[in-house]
Design a protein around this ligand. Structure first.
Ligand code: ADP
Length: 402
């Protein structure tokens, strides 16, 4: 089957980084733009997608204000190449508005529609990184971005050091946790003020809250960017601060953040992932709860590097899942039908689930997983033998298991 434009685009993007913040005005777009510029300055091919529908500022910050998206010979819009950094490709709501002063008055479904269109209909080139500048908060738009992309490499959360901003950061961190989204770290922006006369840093908000928050959520502070008036001048004139002011405290902090994001994304991409499927003689067993065997695949960089079919231990669903997670280091489960209880147990262990997969050879199904062609089909049906609802797809064609 031909891949959808969406899947084709997503397959062309090696690392997808979503930049979020709990509230507006903390410098999320500034961090997104400078992260994109830094990665591009290191020779990476970078896409920058601005889905901050109500306050798109990326066009101004990258010097492409007023430039409209144009279509290729097939009628698909192509991202705008930044004139001073041609390996940086930008798509923003601003590039489809008649005038930068036009307010965006779309409601939820229209906003979600445009986000999907940007990821699906735009003809993106092969990219090392896609940086997505999300609207602030934990509402519809970040959810839509994360669900549409599916395999987000990780999120960067931007905050200022004030306690009020940190309260919102905790919400963003919880939101990421609920969505199983790896958090690359927190950026503390507006972290002190560098005096333009003497160069000394003055702590304006004075708090260690960002570090404490990072510890509470087992993540790290990627860097602290001080307030620097040149940041405003650079972003307002579409100049890349991180490379134009590389020797300033803020410039060095931005470069450090960019380097950490690059290293962490590579680390995630090189990670070995163990995927389990209930099976029998190499075929997917459509009944998760009744399987006597599991086939485990170890996948690294889109290759299967190990495969074994082994008998399941005696025990409840929760015990089997705990065994898969703790002893077999399984992070992903692909199943046909699975009861709600088992699915919840998998989630509580932070495992990724793809249910509703039709019957077939496990070796063929793992290829679909690697090609990112599997989706978790979340339908439930009643009357499962053990009293649990059963996620659809126990039988080929995705029907109910009865
Ligand atoms: P958000 O995307 O969170 O709404 P922006 O990135 O648009 O925030 O930043 C808001 C304003 O603050 C912009 O005018 C930007 O230039 C300025 N700004 C952001 N970070 C800094 C900083 N470290 N020093 C000085 N000004 C900054």
């Amino acid at each position: 089957m031909a891949q959808s434009f969406l899947q084709e685009n997503l397959n062309k993007m090696k690392h997808k980084i979503v930049v979020m913040s709990g509230k507006g005005g903390v410098g999320k777009s500034t961090v997104s733009v400078n992260l994109a510029y830094y990665l591009a300055s290191q020779g990476k091919k970078v896409g920058l997608l601005d889905v901050d529908v109500h306050g798109p500022s990326v066009a101004k910050m990258t010097g492409i204000e007023g430039v409209r998206l144009i279509a290729d010979e097939n009628g698909r819009p192509i991202p705008i190449q930044v004139p001073t950094q041609p390996n940086l490709y930008v798509v923003t709501v601003a590039s489809i508005l008649e005038s930068p002063d036009d307010p965006v008055v779309w409601r939820g479904p229209a906003k979600n529609g445009v986000i999907r269109q940007f990821l699906e209909e735009v003809c993106w080139p092969e990219l090392d990184f896609l940086i997505v500048d999300c609207p602030p908060g934990t509402g519809d738009e970040p959810l839509s971005v994360i669900q549409t992309i599916g395999d987000v490499t990780g999120t960067v959360i931007v905050s200022t050091p004030q306690q009020v901003a940190l309260l919102d950061v905790r919400k963003s961190l919880k939101f990421a946790g609920l969505l199983n989204l790896p958090v690359l770290g927190i950026v503390e922006n507006m972290s002190g003020f560098v005096c333009p006369c003497c160069g000394e840093t003055v702590d304006i908000f004075k708090t260690d809250g960002t570090l404490e928050t990072a510890k509470d959520f087992e993540t790290e502070v990627l860097g602290k960017i001080p307030l620097d008036p040149q940041v405003v001048n650079a972003t307002d004139s579409g100049k890349p601060y991180v490379t134009s002011y590389a020797e300033t405290t803020a410039g060095k902090a931005m470069a450090q953040i960019g380097q950490k994001v690059m290293d962490k994304a590579e680390e995630i991409a090189n990670k070995e992932i163990v995927v389990a499927m209930p099976s029998e003689n190499g075929m997917l067993n459509p009944h998760f709860g009744h399987t006597k065997y599991f086939t485990l695949f170890t996948v690294k960089q889109k290759e299967v590097i190990a495969e074994e079919e082994l008998p399941v231990i005696e025990g409840s669903h929760a015990e089997v899942i705990a065994w898969l997670k703790n002893e077999k280091k399984v992070e992903v489960i692909i199943a046909g039908g699975m009861g709600d209880g088992a699915a919840n147990a998998c989630r509580s262990f932070g495992m990724k689930l793809f249910r509703g997969t039709g019957e077939g050879k496990c070796t063929s199904i793992i290829e679909l997983y690697i090609a990112k062609s599997l989706t978790d089909r979340d339908g439930t049906c009643s009357g499962h033998g053990d009293g649990e609802g059963c996620s659809g797809g126990c039988h080929s064609g995705g029907g109910c298991c009865h």
